[in-house]
Design a protein around this ligand. Structure first.
Ligand SMILES: *Cc1c(COP(=O)(O)O)cnc(C)c1O
Length: 426
């Protein structure tokens, strides 16, 4: 028998991303063994409300009977076969279903496994799109301040210059044109002028519609995205919407782009996170027919493809999940719980001395706390049985889309308690 705790065994062999491993055990990490509904259950039997949806991927809770069954049923057929040069029935069915709902004209689906890969694919598709047409010089991208698009080197290049390791890896990052972040009300005016002034150099503009998630939930109104799409069309620059975080109901509509109207539709759309309900890794780059058609000549294959892109188990659960979102009227719950969350935060958290602004869109929420207290506030919430995680000094609240009214109350009360407790800022 190994006498060590699971956390100690974990720390000895598992290297956790974006985690200070020297301080790991000090933060009392939860080692999950199983789950029920919206709760994760640790190896010690303690239960935690998954108020970050396992890093924003979970949509309907854990061990959803229909989703479990979809994986089992697909296992009886095949777990995986390559999409390079061949097809897979489960993937065809998923792509057909997605084609009816994505905010992209005449959509074509290029599957991958992580959100960052979906973004890399979009970058390379945009680049090759211009190269195939013999257009020279359109090799640059425009991205926004505070943006986050993933951790691979291309995605990191698009991401904010001061965000998530971007500074450290800056010698590896390629330069991009940078508009201000959503916290600047002029960001779209500036971005549109930059698109106009740099049209001949730009392959594409990349933006997170409505919410910059990893920026601590910075939000922008739909009008800006319409103006940006107009500017891109006028300058013949491709537009990429990164809906890895906002897709599949998070902001109250199936896709955030819908709230910006048809005029704001992108040429390329990146999806990930919630696509399988949080079950299996899957991401997809959705290309409009205009992009796809440029790749149909001889020798015009897209020079890219991942080993596990279009995994059949992931496709099967993604398809069942897409249907289940409708069958359970999950978007109605998002609307009701979002309003409740905003009201309760205003009533019970905003008056606290240690709390700052709260931003809520659908079930994406960021609550600013006093400088240096983000980590401690979340540690106290976890100790009280609600799993929260900070980004700097913003506490991120991203519960499953099926969260109940009672659970929202509990999250807010635990958060208020955690903020209210005195602690020396670090
Ligand atoms: C999480 C995220 C990504 C990266 O997705 P991974 O699956 O972690 O690679 C990209 N873009 C946005 C907007 C995200 O929130």
């Amino acid at each position: 028998m190994d006498e060590r705790s699971w956390a100690e065994r974990d720390a000895a062999v598992v290297w956790h991303g974006f985690t200070d491993m020297a301080a790991y055990l000090g933060h009392c990490p939860v080692v999950v063994e199983r789950a029920e509904g919206h709760e994760l259950i640790g190896t010690d039997g303690r239960r935690y409300l998954d108020a970050i949806s396992s890093l924003w991927v979970n949509t309907m809770g854990h061990r959803v009977p229909e989703l479990d069954q979809a994986v089992r049923d697909q296992l009886e057929l095949v777990a995986h076969s390559t999409l390079l040069g061949h097809g897979n029935r489960a993937v065809v069915e998923l792509a057909e279903a997605l084609a009816g709902v994505v905010p992209v004209h005449d959509p074509h689906f290029l599957f991958a496994s992580d959100g960052a890969s979906a973004v890399e694919q979009a970058l390379k598709l945009a680049f090759q799109f211009w190269a195939l047409q013999g257009v020279r010089g359109r090799t640059t991208y425009l991205a926004f301040g505070a943006a986050y698009h993933g951790d691979t080197v291309g995605a990191l290049s698009l991401g904010a210059d001061d965000g998530f390791g971007a500074g450290l890896f800056s010698p590896l990052r390629f330069p991009v044109l940078r508009a201000p972040g959503f916290d600047d009300p002029a960001c779209f005016d500036v971005a549109c002028r930059m698109v106009d002034a740099n049209a001949g150099r730009l392959a594409a503009v990349v933006v997170e519609p409505l919410v910059q998630g990893a920026a601590g939930m910075q939000m922008a109104a739909p009008e800006g995205f319409v103006a940006l799409a107009d500017a891109c069309r006028a300058a013949d620059v491709l537009l990429v919407h990164d809906e890895v975080a906002t897709g599949f109901g998070r902001t109250g509509t199936l896709f955030a782009t819908e709230q910006c109207g048809r005029r704001a539709r992108p040429d390329l759309l990146c999806l990930g996170k919630g696509i399988t309900g949080g079950y299996l890794p899957m991401a997809v780059t959705v290309a409009a027919g205009r992009i796809f058609d440029a790749f149909t000549g001889a020798g015009a294959a897209f020079a890219h493809g991942h080993s596990y892109g279009g995994n059949s188990l992931a496709a099967a659960v993604a398809l069942r999940h897409l249907r289940l979102l409708g069958e359970r009227d999950v978007l109605a719950n998002v609307a009701a719980r979002s309003a409740q969350l905003a009201a309760l935060l205003a009533e019970r958290v905003a008056p606290l001395a240690g709390a700052g602004a709260a931003r809520v869109k659908g079930l994406m929420c960021g609550v600013d706390v006093a400088a240096g207290t983000g980590r401690a506030v979340c540690d106290r919430a976890v100790a009280a049985g609600v799993l929260l995680r900070p980004i700097g000094d913003t506490v991120i609240v991203v519960p499953p889309l099926t969260i109940t009214a009672a659970e929202i109350e509990r999250i807010v009360d635990v958060l208020a308690g955690a903020i209210g407790q005195r602690s020396a800022p670090r």
